[in-house]
Design a binder for this molecule. Structure first.
Ligand SMILES: Cc1cc2nc3c(=O)[nH]c(=O)nc-3n(C[C@H](O)[C@H](O)[C@H](O)COP(=O)(O)O)c2cc1C
Length: 321
């Protein structure tokens, strides 16, 4: 009889093979990546999430001159969260020091970066590259800036090519799902992006019905379970229309089933963020364990799941721009 207290190396190997994923030149032990946000503005959180089994962690977006709006707040909704936050308030020097530490320890940390102009973003990308970072995400799609985002393929191409000119690191361009996603994604890839992250938060609004006041005072970033079907539809459409670069799916992941859905429509890895605002460690652990259990129960792997639903859709992609 086998001793139940002795780890079975073969079973452990199988489990590791099931959850392995690969994106941005990183061999991930799990397809679950912690997305960029307030929680990843702290070294301690980043390290603890990696220890807890995150495939990688994306830093809060680093910006050389983050605007100080004084109105950076969160508001919970039944279907997710509205937030009016923008970029990290830590200096680039402080981030580079942290990134050097992560590199020294061989940790899969993806630096999220943005700046006011493509030139400045190129220069920032070069600095984080020199700090030993292994991969980047261009956090160019935050709609909480004054005046909103108003994104275009030209804008995406300008930021992407400026970064491509200054670093040889693999990077993903993060887009917000919405009008012209396909054109913006194609612009990013044509300008040198290695992957696409879809989606950032999308424009949302809520009203306090007692006072009539708009929550947070305007239209801000909406995240959480309410956006998941929209993002799934857009990733599905990008794949059906022949986009082959790796995609990191992001939006509304709360449990293992959400991870499986994203992989099934062709995401190569999945980011989770808003769900972690409640009991960060327990919530992350539940999603990770649930995903492992699902893969094991179905005797399948991340590799086998990616894109498995693509040939089956009966609907058309006609509504997708
Ligand atoms: C409070 C908050 C802060 C965020 N900050 C950033 C950021 O700095 N950079 C970025 O690229 N995305 C940021 N995001 C977007 C998330 O990384 C994620 O893409 C989005 O919320 C959708 O995923 P989710 O529904 O799992 O949260 C933020 C989201 C929230 C809710």
């Amino acid at each position: 009889m086998t001793d139940p207290t002795t780890p079975d190396p073969e079973a452990a190997d199988t489990a590791t093979a099931r959850t392995a994923a690969s994106v941005l030149g990183l061999a991930l032990t799990s397809p679950i990546v912690v997305g960029s946000g307030l929680l990843t503005d702290q070294e301690r959180n980043i390290r603890r999430l990696l220890t807890a089994g995150a495939g990688a962690v994306v830093t809060k977006t680093i910006h050389p001159t983050p605007p100080r709006s004084g109105n950076e707040r969160l508001s919970r909704l039944p279907t997710g969260m509205l937030n009016s936050t923008m970029y990290s308030h830590r200096s680039v020097e402080e981030w580079c020091r942290m990134l050097r530490g992560f590199a020294r320890d061989g940790l899969p940390v993806i630096a999220s970066v943005h700046a006011d102009t493509p030139d400045e973003l190129g220069a920032l990308a070069e600095r984080v590259t020199d700090a030993g970072c292994r991969a980047l995400e261009l956090g160019i799609s935050c709609l909480n800036e004054e005046g909103g985002l108003g994104d275009t393929p030209q804008r995406v191409a300008a930021y992407t090519s400026a970064v491509r000119a200054r670093t040889s690191l693999p990077f993903s361009v993060k887009l917000a799902a919405g009008e012209g996603t396909r054109e913006r994604a194609v612009a990013a890839v044509d300008a040198g992006a290695d992957a696409i992250t879809l989606s950032d938060t999308i424009a949302g609004l809520a009203v306090d019905v007692d006072t009539g006041k708009i929550e947070l005072g305007g239209v801000y970033g909406y995240s959480g379970p309410g956006i998941k079907p929209l993002v799934l539809a857009e990733i599905y459409a990008l794949r059906q229309e022949g986009m082959t670069v790796p995609i990191l799916g992001s939006g509304g992941v709360q449990e293992a089933r959400d991870v499986i859905e994203y992989l099934s429509v062709g995401a190569d890895a999945v980011q989770v963020y808003t769900a972690l605002h409640k009991n960060m460690h327990e919530s992350f652990d539940a999603i990770r364990r649930g995903t492992e259990a699902w893969l094991s129960a179905h005797r399948t792997s991340v590799e086998e799941l990616v894109g498995r639903s693509l040939e089956q859709g009966e609907g058309t992609c006609a509504s997708v721009r």
